[in-house]
Design a protein around this ligand. Structure first.
Ligand code: DGL
Length: 283
């Protein structure tokens, strides 16, 4: 039987890659004293076109690694992994598990044209969880869903504002804008990293909904409910970064997006995560 979690333990956060760093940023802003361990499962990214079984198996492998640290709570900072694996993660783990879902409800509340657009991965949009969310959150609003194949790959390659990325975003936004969308939901945690491009192409009249800040508040509420907010508030919280992909590539991206990715010799810190993948520390 596992020991009950303690308030000073870190929070585990994972995504298929660097998308969840947008959520990590929101968590850090809201919870400055928490210690955070981030896993980018980049060796297996993108999750968006993979089968539900594959995503569930990767999510369990990464969660297994984090639980061994041990972490006191888990944030699935990925809409696709939430859609495919959160039920199983909650079954398997005894710590609080917080997931992401596209912000349809807030978008439906603010839309004046009553037409909203959702940008997400194929996996998220095809999931049963998304269909259920659609059915319960959007009465009286037309919802246009737009899968964005290729966009996660551009972001993982660090191409945040290149002509190819712009063209891709424009291709996905144009049909939505033509049909009167006035509110766009970012249904993938990678997309906040191309927010300047999306806002620029959508124009100032279109609102953009990102659920990262709401997830950070939800995490704070859950930790408070179970008495697990870090009581050691004398020092700022720390961050630790791990990846199943290229350590050097991740380090470069983290230093662009997060401002820092120092840390120890990654080779010296290799650690088995699961039979399917090796996680290496990169900051
Ligand atoms: N960042 C992820 C999401 O929120 C997954 C992207 C992917 O790996 O396809 O859906």
């Amino acid at each position: 039987m596992d020991n009950p979690p303690e308030h000073y333990q870190p929070i585990g956060i994972f995504d298929s890659g660097i998308g969840g760093l947008s959520v990590l940023r929101d968590i850090r802003a809201r919870l400055p004293h928490e210690h955070l361990i981030y896993v980018a499962d980049s060796g297996y990214a993108p999750y968006g076109h993979q089968s539900g079984a594959f995503i569930e198996q990767r999510s369990l492998a990464v969660a297994g690694f984090l639980v061994k640290r041990p972490v006191k709570a888990l944030v699935v900072a990925c809409n696709t992994a939430t859609a495919e694996a959160i039920a199983r993660l909650r079954q398997e783990l005894t710590i609080p598990v917080i997931g992401m879902e596209p912000g349809l409800k807030p978008a439906a509340m603010v839309s004046k044209s009553r037409v909203i657009g959702v940008l997400a991965t194929v996996g998220t949009l095809n999931s049963e969880r998304f269909s259920a969310l659609l059915a319960r959150s959007t009465a009286g609003v037309e919802v246009l869903v737009q899968p964005c194949p290729g966009l996660v790959e551009q972001i993982e390659a660090g191409e945040f504002d290149t002509p190819t990325t712009r063209q891709l975003v424009e291709n996905y936004l144009t049909p939505l804008l033509r049909r009167g969308v006035d509110t766009l939901v970012l249904g993938c945690t990678h997309y906040p990293w191309v927010l300047p491009v999306i806002s620029d192409l959508a124009g100032p009249a279109v609102r953009i909904v990102d659920t990262g800040p709401a997830v950070a508040s939800q995490l704070q509420r859950r930790l408070a409910e179970v008495g697990l907010l870090n009581q050691d508030v004398g020092l700022p919280g720390t961050e630790e970064f791990w990846t199943s992909g290229s350590v050097e590539h991740l380090r470069r991206l983290i230093s662009r997006l997060w401002g820092r990715a120092d840390g120890d010799d990654p080779q010296g810190l290799q650690q088995d995560c699961a039979p399917e993948g090796m996680l290496r520390r990169c900051g």
